[in-house]
Design a protein around this ligand. Structure first.
Ligand code: ADP
Ligand code: AMP
Length: 214
């Protein structure tokens, strides 16, 4: 199963990604997670990416595309993969198409999760993440059993630097300008699966699985 998760920040891509990769036993490739890991490790890539991420802007295509191309050649991608947060520009989508066709592969589906801006802002601002395992919670919509602690690891939860209102608003605008055109791009290829991101987490997951198995 070769999948792409498309949608604005806070739509629920990462949340659904965790459940989808578990069910289909494929790797979760989140470019945002790759950049955050690089920032944590203090790499050159992390330093460059942080300049853009802190402002809510996209990291330049040339930095992102090479990382994904390289990642797709790893052994764990033989059964497929789930791309989360990539592609985000038409240029990235074209680069992905070229790379996949050179490998003799095609995407199976592009899952487009959507919600309106008011919900997206509330979701992103209330998002909390486990420092150890990366599990995602929401202070109101998906709270951990013990406040501020991961259910699985019992470790502290943190808030992303870019999950503050002003940056989230910029990220949503950037999505509308640079990423939303991908819906048309993939619609023309007959790959889009539109999902209402305002539904409960489990309902969304069931709808996705049903559609993938049709
Ligand atoms: P994205 O990866 O698209 O930016 P996330 O999956 O991290 O979004 O979700 C953003 C926030 O919204 C998280 O705090 C998550 O717990 C919460 N969330 C995700 N899906 C839903 C949903 N269907 N209903 C309510 N809250 C949700
Ligand atoms: P995410 O974790 O998907 O919300 O991404 C967080 C931030 O990482 C974005 O606001 C961008 O700055 C950067 N980023 C992640 N993926 C990409 C991508 N495909 N292209 C450009 N920038 C990206």
């Amino acid at each position: 199963m070769r999948l792409v998760l498309l949608g604005p920040p806070g739509a629920g891509k990462g949340t659904q990604a965790s459940a989808i990769v578990k069910k289909y036993n494929i790797p979760h490739i989140s470019t945002g997670d790759i950049f955050r890991a690089n920032i944590k490790e203090g790499t050159e890539l992390g330093k460059k990416a942080k300049e853009y991420m802190d402002k809510g802007l996209l990291v330049p295509d040339e930095l992102v595309v090479s990382i994904v191309k390289d990642r797709l050649t790893k052994d764990d991608c033989t059964n497929g993969f789930l791309l989360d947060g990539f592609p985000r520009t038409v240029n990235q989508a074209e680069a992905l198409d070229t790379e996949l066709s050179s490998m003799g592969l095609k995407l199976n589906k592009v899952i487009n999760i959507d919600a309106d801006s008011k919900i997206l802002i509330e979701r992103a601002i209330g998002r909390r993440i486990c420092k150890e395992c990366g599990a995602t919670y929401h202070i109101k919509f998906n709270p951990p059993k013990v406040e501020g602690k991961c259910d699985k690891e019992n470790s502290p939860l943190f808030q992303r630097d870019d999950d503050v209102e002003e940056t989230v608003a910029t990220r949503i605008n950037v999505y509308f300008e640079q990423t939303q055109p991908l819906i048309d791009y993939y619609q023309q290829k007959g790959l889009i699966l539109n999902i209402d991101g305002t539904k409960p987490i489990d309902d969304i997951f069931n709808t996705i699985v049903e559609a993938l198995e049709k």
